[in-house]
Design a protein around this ligand. Structure first.
Ligand code: SAM
Ligand code: SF4
Length: 342
C-alpha cells in the first residue's frame, strides 16, 4: 500500500494488525528530570547510566527511519527533554524534516523549567505548538506536587514561549485532594491567556511510593463538576492524540480530557513510543516492547532497522487494560511514565 507524504514522496505506511496507520512517534530522549512529580516518579529514582543512552545521532537516525515510513508527527518528551545535553542540536537536525515537508509537526512536552532559556530557539527552528505540564497555580502546592520544582520558573517559561510566538497547551493531571478544587481556576487562567488546557487522569505506571487510589480522580466526576460552572460544548477537534475536546462557552477556550481509565481511547491509536535506549513500546499500557538499538547499531544502512520497525508494528496490541480500584492499587506496569514519555 502506497501513500503520499507531505513532500509528495511515496511512502510505505506502517499499518498495524488492527488497520491503524502509525503516523505519530513520541520519543523519550532522557529518563532524567529536574522535577520529581509525586504521580510520576519516586523521590529516589535510579536513572539509566548515561552510557546506555542512544547518542543524538542515533536518535536522529531512528526518528528519520520512522519518518521515512510515514510518521508525520514527532514529539520529544522524557523525563524532561530540555535537560538532555545537546537537545537543541537534536531539534535542529530533526527540523530538516519539517522544511522538507515530510514532517507535519515537530513538538515537545515539557515541564517548562528550561523554557525561558530555549523558547526563542525552538520557535526559530519551526516548532509551532508545545505542551507544558502544570498541575497547580499555588506555589506551595506546586512544590509539593513536583517536589523539586519552582512555579515562578515555569510561569516565566510560559511567558517566554508565548512571547516567542509558540502556541502553548497546558496539561494538568487531575489529583484527588490536591488540585481538584482548583481546576476551574486553571481553566479560566489558561483560557484567559489564550492557551488550551487538557486534563489527564492518573495512570498506574511505575511504583511511586504510595497507593494510586489516593491520587486518582476520575475525569467523569471532574467534568460533571465543571459543567456546574461552565457550559461545555462537544467539538470534534482532534490533534492526533487521545484527548477529547470541549469548548467552554464562557471563556471561548478549548478543554481536553484524556481519560484512559474511564474511557478507553485505543480504537483510534495512531502512535508508538520510543525510549532513550532505543526500545519501542507500541502501547503505553502493555509490556510489548521491541529493541531497535541492535538493528540500529548492526548496520549503517536502513534495511535492518526498517524491518525491525515493521515487525514491531505487526505486533502492536489492540489496547491497554488499566484499572485503578481498591483491589488494583499496584502499578499496572513496572515502568514509569518518564521511561516511555507521557
Ligand atoms: N517532563 C515533561 C512534562 O512533565 O511535561 C515530559 C514528560 S512527562 C512524563 C509527560 C506527561 O505525563 C506530563 O504531562 C505528566 O503530567 C504526565 N504524567 C506523568 N506521570 C503520569 C501518570 N502516572 N499518570 C498520568 N499522567 C502522568
Ligand atoms: Fe519530570 Fe514530567 Fe515526570 Fe514531572 S511529570 S517528574 S516533570 S517527567
Amino acid at each position: 500500500m502506497d501513500a503520499l507524504a507531505g513532500a509528495g514522496r511515496p511512502v510505505r505506511p506502517l499499518v498495524d494488525p488492527f488497520a491503524r496507520a502509525i503516523t505519530y512517534l513520541r520519543v523519550s530522549v532522557t529518563d532524567r528530570c529536574d522535577f520529581r512529580c509525586v504521580y510520576c516518579m519516586a523521590e529516589n529514582m535510579t536513572f539509566l547510566p548515561k552510557a546506555d543512552l542512544l547518542s543524538r545521532e542515533e536518535l536522529d537516525r531512528l526518528c528519520s527511519a520512522f519518518i521515512e515510513r510515514g510518521v508525520r508527527k514527532l514529539r520529544l518528551t522524557g523525563g524532561e527533554p530540555l535537560v538532555r545535553r545537546g537537545i537543541m542540536t537534536l531539534f535542529g537536525s530533526l527540523a530538516r524534516h519539517l522544511r522538507s515537508g515530510a514532517l507535519e509537526e515537530l513538538t515537545l512536552t515539557t515541564n517548562g523549567s528550561q523554557l525561558a532559556k530555549y523558547a526563542h530557539e525552538l520557535a526559530a527552528l519551526g516548532i509551532k505548538r508545545i505542551n507544558v505540564s502544570l498541575d497547580t497555580l499555588d506555589p506551595e502546592k506546586f512544590h509539593a506536587v513536583t517536589r523539586w520544582g519552582e512555579l515562578d520558573k515555569v510561569l516565566a517559561g510560559i511567558d517566554a514561549a508565548q512571547a516567542a510566538g509558540l502556541e502553548v497547551k497546558i496539561n494538568t493531571v487531575a489529583l484527588k485532594g490536591i488540585n481538584e478544587n482548583e481546576l476551574s481556576d486553571l481553566v479560566r487562567w489558561a483560557h484567559g491567556r489564550g492557551m488550551g488546557l487538557t486534563l489527564i487522569e492518573v495512570m498506574p505506571l511505575g511504583d511511586v511510593g504510595g497507593g494510586r487510589l489516593d491520587q486518582y480522580l476520575p475525569l467523569s466526576l471532574v467534568r460533571a463538576r465543571l459543567a456546574d460552572q461552565f457550559t461545555l460544548q462537544d467539538i470534534g477537534y482532534r490533534t492526533g492524540g487521545p484527548a477529547r475536546y470541549m469548548r467552554v462557552a464562557e471563556t471561548g477556550g478549548r478543554l481536553g480530557f484524556i481519560t484512559p481509565l474511564t474511557h478507553n481511547f485505543c480504537e483510534s491509536c495512531n502512535r508508538v513510543r520510543l525510549t532513550c535506549t532505543g526500545t519501542l513500546y507500541t502501547c503505553l499500557g502493555q509490556e510489548a516492547a521491541t529493541d531497535l538499538r541492535s538493528a540500529l547499531r548492526a548496520s549503517e544502512g536502513t534495511g535492518l532497522l526498517d524491518r525491525a520497525i515493521e515487525d514491531a508494528i505487526a505486533r502492536k496490541p489492540k489496547g491497554h487494560e488499566f484499572i485503578i480500584d481498591r483491589r488494583h492499587q499496584r502499578p499496572a506496569l513496572a515502568r514509569h511514565m518518564s521511561v516511555t514519555g507521557g
